[in-house]
Design a protein around this ligand. Structure first.
Ligand code: ZN
Length: 268
């Protein structure tokens, strides 16, 4: 591993000063909080090439499922609250409404089945095996899937090509956060929207459970957003934020937001 590891600046503000969080940094990983913008992030992520094969989502997900079993004491109570608020329901009807049944890009699309008809699905996927599957599924539905890193591949689409862009459990994996957000801004129509769902570093569960919180996944989660740092990050790329899980967000392990392009010349 050691030869693929390098230290990076803050992915949001490019700051170099950061405070290490020892309790969340199992050797050799370094979790830090930026002195300038307060984003918490992994300072020494593996290179893309390593993520593509060695740390592909389908492998680390299984590993984490086993490792965290029984380590979340608040979970039963919180699961009941989530169910009561309908937080586990299928997002298809929301996507259809937000994205006007149009052309929708799913970044980090996995198996490629999240965007369904009458929407036309497009995707970007880093994992070789998942990409092959997703491309087949999407071509059958009128779109296609590109193989590669989100921040790079997104520039291969046309400006204002999409009515919607989905970043579902994706942005926490992306080392080039500003790159992919700027790419999304370019690829999105003015009437379009971006759905973002990331682990909620500001959740009660993380504060109580600490190092064993389900949102920690080493090394494939490289950014740990709170609602505040997420708002700040996307605003730097020209997006305004609407919070979706308003009521439950403090006890939710995830944050869900809808981004829309800010009028030109406005900065949040
Ligand atoms: Zn920063």
């Amino acid at each position: 591993m050691k030869d693929t590891v390098s230290l990076r600046n803050c992915p949001t503000c490019d700051g170099t000063n950061a405070v290490p969080i020892a309790a969340y940094s199992p050797d050799p990983w370094q979790i830090v909080t930026c002195d300038n913008c307060e984003l918490t992030y992994l300072r020494n992520p593996p290179a893309y090439e390593a993520l593509e094969e060695d740390f592909a989502w389908e492998k680390t997900y299984v590993k984490k499922k086993k490792a965290s079993k029984g380590s979340t004491p608040l979970s039963p109570a919180i699961r009941r609250i989530r169910t009561a608020f309908g937080m586990t329901r299928d997002k298809t009807s929301s996507f259809r409404r937000w994205f006007n049944d149009g052309h929708v890009l799913d970044i980090g699309c996995g198996a490629g089945d999240r965007i369904t008809a009458p929407m036309t699905p497009y995707g970007i996927e880093l994992s070789t095996a998942l990409h092959a599957h997703a491309d087949k599924v999407m071509r059958a539905a009128g779109g296609y899937c590109l193989h590669g890193a989100g921040a790079e591949a997104i520039h291969d689409f046309e400006p204002e090509q999409f009515d919607g862009i989905v970043m579902f459990s994706y942005l926490e994996h992306e080392t080039d956060v500003m790159g992919v957000l700027r790419g999304a801004h370019r690829a999105l129509k003015h009437t379009g929207a971006v759905f973002v769902r990331v682990p909620n570093y500001g959740s009660v569960n993380r504060k109580v459970i600490g190092p064993k919180w389900c949102g920690f996944r080493y090394p494939d989660h490289v950014n740990y957003f709170t609602l505040e740092t997420l708002r700040d990050t996307v605003a730097r790329a020209g997006f305004g934020t609407t919070l979706i899980n308003k009521v439950t967000r403090p006890v939710d392990d995830n944050i869900s937001v809808l981004l829309r392009k800010l009028p030109t010349g406005v900065s949040a």
